[in-house]
Design a protein around this ligand. Structure first.
Ligand code: AMP
Length: 160
């Protein structure tokens, strides 16, 4: 069964993007835009204290007519943060994100922030694993990859 570890191993964005509670929302959103991500983990002295996403900006800044240059991240971030362990299954992560209606999960290993996964990462990994399983079952039903290759060669030689 797929776990968070597999997603982290494949991710291009290895370093976890973080911000602090006192950073201005404008600067945090600039980092989000620059790196093409949807969320930043908020840390203070290496502790995860919140999470801020594009959605918080829309709901808490735009709709409330706040100024992003005068509002600190702590005003709009969510806390407490729901986190997962690298050994958590992808199924469980998807369940968590669906039931809480959010799309990001910071990953903590022994209390240390080691990654962030999104609902998109989970869907991609599930599709990869399901595709591999379908190929395996297909080969199995057809007598294994060797038999499949032999039968294909046989058909090709019959066609001349
Ligand atoms: P998202 O769908 O990830 O943009 O997040 C929707 C809302 O949930 C925003 O208010 C986020 O700050 C909050 N949120 C996102 N991820 C988490 C998380 N792992 N734990 C707690 N709140 C979160």
């Amino acid at each position: 069964m797929g776990t968070v570890k597999r997603i982290l191993a494949r991710k291009a964005q290895r370093a976890v993007l973080t911000t602090t509670p006192h950073t201005l929302v404008y600067d945090a959103i600039a980092v989000i835009a620059e790196h093409g991500v949807g969320a930043l983990v908020v840390t203070e002295e290496d502790e995860v204290v919140g999470i801020v996403t594009e959605r918080d900006y829309l709901r808490e800044v735009v709709l409330k007519d706040r100024s992003s240059r005068a509002t600190p991240v702590e005003t709009i971030m969510s806390r407490p943060v729901v986190t997962v362990d690298p050994n958590e299954t992808i199924d469980r992560c998807m369940e968590l994100m669906t039931s809480h209606r959010f799309r990001h999960l910071p990953v903590l290993e022994d209390g240390e922030l080691v990654g962030v996964i999104s609902i998109g990462d989970c869907v991609k990994q599930q599709v990869r694993e399901h595709t591999a399983e379908i190929h395996f079952l297909h080969d199995y039903i057809n007598g294994g990859p060797t038999v499949v290759r032999e039968r294909a060669a046989e058909r090709a030689s019959q066609r001349g």
